[in-house]
Design a protein around this ligand. Sequence first.
Ligand code: HEC
Ligand code: HEC
Length: 441
Amino acid sequence: MSGRSYTAVVLIVAALTSSGAGQARATMPAPQPGPLAEPKSVDQPGFPEQLYQWVIPAHNPQSAAKVALGKELFFDPRLSADNTVACANCHDPDKGFTDQLPTSMGVHGKFGQRNAPTVLDSMFNIEQFWDGRAATLEDQAEQPILNPIEMGMPDQRTVVTKLNSIPEYQKGFQDTFGTAPNYRNLVAAIAVYERTQIAFDSPFDRYMAGDSNALTAQEKRGWAIFNGQGRCMSCHGWNPTRPLFTDDRFHNIGVSAHSAKFVPHARQALALLSSGGGGARQIDQLAIATDMSELGRFLVSKQPHDIGAFRTMDLRNLYLTEPYFHDGSQATIWDTLDHYNKGGVQNPYLDGGITPLGLSEQQEDDLAAFLLSLTSQRFMAQAQKEYRRQFTISRTTRPQRDTAAAMGLKGRNGPGFSGPFGDIGPGQSAMSEDPALLGGD
Ligand code: HEC
Ligand code: HEC
């Protein structure tokens, strides 16, 4: 082992043994592109080809040259201030294009407030980011490069100057776009590469295409619960023309309620946004690096009903993208199911669709198995391993389980009103601030 890689291993071990967002740790080496980084075939069961044609913007068509350039850029840590952090650090193809960390680590080992979503199928998102603050993959890619705790470049000009000093990019941009490197073409190439990351071809897709044996009996039971008692379908909808398990809307399902001081933070955010201009970069910095992150969609819409609301995520390939939710607060799928089963965590902005579900242990297991069936063939072996790991954990460790609340024996409809996080009540009086006062006093 060379001295350098030995140092890297020591640093990684050090990184894994400390914890906590906002703390600095040593950076890990940027991942190298392996087989899973390759562009995927469009020939996949369940792949919505017409929808795909529709999501490719007319001003940035796919081309082999752009894909190759975009891939180089996606894996290049030189896009960061200290040459250590590429897009792929946080969106590693071998980890389902995520980092499998609760929240992501950028330059200088700094941690942000949010969990890195997958790039797989992200081209189908109506809006990008957990709060939808970017409209397209091109707009999205502009932000992390400039975010002080992600890739940390000071401004677009510095990025472009750096790219122009690298001969391979001078040539690559010239050959692809007929111009020297510029910021617009940089994000265009990255977005084109991302639009090659198609991940359908799951047992569920083959089942829907008519192969009734593609799902096991347990997975079929899970699908029925998903559509019935579990009420998942009401937000994570699937249909043949938009087979993406999301309504593309924003809901407060009580994830932030564990820690949030919603009203004071909302006031603070409104003041900062009005004095700072409220542009895309400012919102990005509030979302990634401050406690105001928990406000979610509110940072974008400034509407009180969006406080603590986040985008409904696609549910494909979940056993590659652990841990879960916008803050990575849930370690296993069983924990997310326990969260829903008890009716989320009460707060004044909780979505009306979140209510105790009364699911039995067996029904939760069935749902967890169904979610595995949404895994692409290419990732299935890896996902099965993670499923078994989480299954084992779930037999002994269930921090979110609250059976009495799930069965309606306490909480909103019952006498209990207790829980580790103030779950299921007592509701807004405990928040100590009256949300009706937001925006005025
Ligand atoms: C330091 C880690 C980090 C780096 C580096 C990084 N990202 Fe991300 N990425 C994240 C996090 C965290 C989010 C979610 C942030 C949010 O929603 O507020 C995200 C969100 C995204 C999304 C939106 C996906 C969705 O479902 O909404 C895409 C696409 C994406 N990143 C691509 C990129 C690209 C392209 C680059 C390089 C230019 C990049 N990321 C660099 C951590 C990172
Ligand atoms: C009221 C709408 C709504 C309902 C009903 C709902 N979800 Fe969600 N789901 C969301 C939203 C919004 C998020 C993101 C929340 C966050 O992170 O704050 C989410 C996130 C998730 C995640 C985490 C995804 C990730 O990438 O981290 C899983 C898993 C999930 N939901 C599964 C389910 C299942 C299973 C059901 C049914 C038991 C369900 N959801 C019901 C809206 C909903």
